[in-house]
Unconditional design. Structure first.
Length: 339
């Protein structure tokens, strides 16, 4: 017997069924060993189609808005918690168009999708999405401009503005955000400390490494007190103290600080975490700047193979490391005194 289902409602049935597949990979386990992605997707699509056929008769009574809510709940549950990790990016990429179709800008899943965009190298898209998220919070009377979600989105908007190529704008955005965070959250709240950290970061990137070094050095004992010496955010501040020290004119001190930080990050985060790899990148850089281009070359060569495996050959960090390897290879050929 034919079932009378509108095209719009059928699309929601399909979306919900597909999203349900993402949330219940156990049922799809027999197909996950298929290496050909196109074939695997065809098989999964066929399986989902069978699910939909069985569901249509019982769900016809539900409204489109109810199915939108159901689809949103399914996709939000399927989005990984820590979307800055490379192993989550394939899932996030698959979920991205569905998230854009059914998720509210103010839900946690959309925030995590925006973080995925930035972490995977799509800085412009992350900046633009976080700006939309901030505006959605600000314009909604249920939240407002000083809601935690609005301020968190504002922080990320400023962060990815810097990564997208405008460090001065990022510095200014954080300069405006910090006093608001201090008033709303308090001086030692994690959001306030993150804003302080980011203000120092983009102060340096905008051309004042000495001021950045001083800001990071003032922030570090506060983070050690509040979070502990091995908290990942404390380690990030240590990383930036070292980097700004080098940029302010002391490459040997920067090299030594990164050499001390690297084993701690490997212990806390793992050897292939993006932040650990970033510390390796900086250690190689300041090893070269301190006068040992051959060692820098070798460190970058070792790092490049790991980045290609973990992040992929076209990720921004991989491309940057490849350029650095070429640079330090040339410097090493000219000798340790080359400038």
């Amino acid at each position: 017997m034919a079932i009378n289902v509108s095209r719009e409602k059928l699309l929601f049935y399909v979306a919900a069924g597909a999203l349900g597949g993402f949330g219940a990979w156990g049922a799809a386990e027999p197909f996950m060993g298929v290496q050909n992605v196109y074939l695997r997707d065809l098989l999964l699509g066929a399986m989902i189609g069978l699910f939909i056929a069985g569901f249509l008769a019982s769900i016809e009574a539900l409204s489109v808005s109810q199915w939108r809510q159901a689809a949103a709940a399914l996709i939000e549950a399927a989005i990984p918690d820590d979307t800055d990790l490379p192993e989550t990016w394939e899932t996030c990429a698959a979920l991205l168009p569905h998230a854009q179709a059914v998720l509210a800008l103010t839900c946690g899943g959309m925030f995590r999708i925006a973080l995925y965009l930035g972490s995977s190298g799509n800085y412009l898209a992350a900046r633009d999405l976080f700006q939309l998220i901030e505006a959605a919070y600000t314009q909604d009377d249920a939240y407002g401009a000083e809601h935690r979600g609005a301020l968190s989105a504002r922080l990320q908007w400023a962060r990815w503005t810097g990564h997208a190529g405008d460090p001065a704008a990022a510095r200014d955005l954080f300069g405006e955000l910090l006093p608001v965070d201090e008033r709303v959250f308090g001086l030692e709240h994690s959001e306030t400390l993150t804003a302080r950290h980011q203000l120092a970061t983009w102060t340096g990137e905008a051309g004042d490494p000495a001021a950045a070094r001083d800001q990071f050095a003032a922030l570090l004992p506060v983070r050690e007190k509040v979070l502990g010496p091995k908290h990942r955010d404390t380690l990030t501040t240590r990383h930036h103290v070292a980097a700004s020290t080098g940029k302010a004119g002391d490459p040997a001190a920067a090299r030594d600080q990164f050499a001390a930080l690297l084993p701690v990050r490997e212990e806390v985060l793992g050897s292939k975490h993006p932040r650990t790899l970033n510390t390796r990148h900086q250690l190689a850089t300041w090893t070269g700047e301190a006068g040992d281009p051959a060692a820098a070359r070798d460190q970058f060569a070792a790092l490049l193979s790991v980045l290609e495996q973990v992040l992929g050959p076209e990720h921004q960090d991989t491309l940057t490391t490849r350029r650095e390897l070429a640079h330090w290879t040339e410097r090493a050929e000219r000798g340790p005194s080359a400038s």
